[in-house]
Design a protein. Structure first.
Length: 81
């Protein structure tokens, strides 16, 4: 299928999928980094965990979760409702 002629999904559906992906990651990633800080001392600094958490969140969304969600929810995203 030509990407230019592909259906656009509704923004509210994209919003719901994004929130459902971001919320658990914002809970899990800081906890993992907090546990790793006991092993890796530089993670105890104030700025490094925040930058690392943001980078991990975006990487998980872009490379893992969004492609997976787009495949799993393809029919729902492209439905007319």
């Amino acid at each position: 299928m030509n990407p230019l002629s592909a259906k656009k999904s509704k923004r509210w559906k994209q919003f719901l999928l994004t929130v459902s992906a971001v919320y658990p990651l914002t809970l899990v990633i800081p906890e993992v980094l907090r546990l790793l800080a006991h092993i890796v001392p530089p993670l105890r600094a104030a700025v490094i965990p925040g930058i690392l958490a943001a980078a991990l969140l975006v990487a998980c969304l872009v490379f893992v979760i969004n492609p997976l969600f787009n495949r799993v929810f393809k029919s729902w995203l492209n439905s007319l409702q």
